[in-house]
Ligand binder design. Sequence first.
Ligand SMILES: *Cc1c(COP(=O)(O)O)cnc(C)c1O
Length: 397
Amino acid sequence: MIPYGKQFIDEDDIAAVVSVLKSDFLTSGPQVEAFEAEFAALVGAKHAVAVCNATVALHLAMLVGKVGIGDRVVSSPNTFVASANCAAFVGATPDFCDIDSDSYNLCPEALAASWQDDTKAVVAVAYAGQSPDMPAIAEVARKRGAMVIEDGCHGIGGGFTHEGKDYKIGGHPWADITTFSFHPVKTMTTGEGGILVTDNDDYAQLARKLRSHGITRDANTFTGLGDSSVSLQEQGSWYYEMQDLGYNYRLTDLQCALGLSQLKKLPAFIERRRKIVAQYNTAFADLPWLQTPKLLNTKNAGHISWHLYSVQIDFAALGQSRSEAMESLRDQGVGSQVLYIPVHLQPYYRKEFGYAVGKCPKAEAYYEKALSLPLFPKMSDADVDLVIQTVKNLKPL
Ligand SMILES: *Cc1c(COP(=O)(O)O)cnc(C)c1O
């Protein structure tokens, strides 16, 4: 069975991890710093802070942005639950704004129209790898005093063009913080893992501290122990300070070594994914009951790092339900997935925040027709052909 997504691990990746196992540092060592430096360079951000997954990267984004009780955080409903959950982690109110019908991402016009004054942050997700209109989203949010968090989990290494210039996800001026995930199903992997990138020195410093219990060993930032009889200058080399309530959100050297090894292959991963997407687009172009992924801006085609190949299927026109179609694909060895159930309709969000059907009609309509087909670099040409034939045969001519 061809799954909808899968990691690509080779002997170099294995050797990289094994060499860390034989080294002095399993965590908080040189691999972490090297991985952060390479990742920051890749996306063109000033700072990168590696953490144990992207969910905690989003949590840290909330914390460094001082988002908390009484604040509202607006995200797209067409995303993984973590994009919204981060707001609830800090006691803020997660809220949702509808998507546009082209990129299936947060719609800037809808964001402006539904704006509420307590909104402190907007989480803009690059669904499937395609960026939302970040300049327009930033314009709406910043004018109203909110920060912009870019959830780039689907778009590692990807980017977009704007007014004739090329930008990378995580490396443009319209997001304050960008988060990425290295879960095995994503574009590159560290097993579990995530990273937060930013150009803001204060955000980076605080994120680094909160990643490790709120503890610092940086003497320049020491504030002292109150009425301690020992002056700061006399404290010994053991001395450290816990200045804020932090967590253990660290990523290990084992994982960062894997990440460094995967980064070498990332351009090839992205290229292979783009090629498969192009093959699918051509093969499915004439199916009247299937809509291939639309682009917000066709100029972005060569910039997108595709994580998902999500199509819209008119199941009524096809003459079978989505479950039947998925079962038929599965019977022929083709896995598929539905991404995403609109987050505001999840039982937790209905129960805690009273959200209901009708809040984001476009995202709800998108979900009804959504199906993600296999897309990962290890797919062989035969795999790609099998997916194409099986999908085409869903409705016999
Ligand atoms: C995968 C994903 C996350 C969470 O990433 P983890 O590393 O699994 O915590 C958050 N947002 C989006 C859009 C994702 O796809």
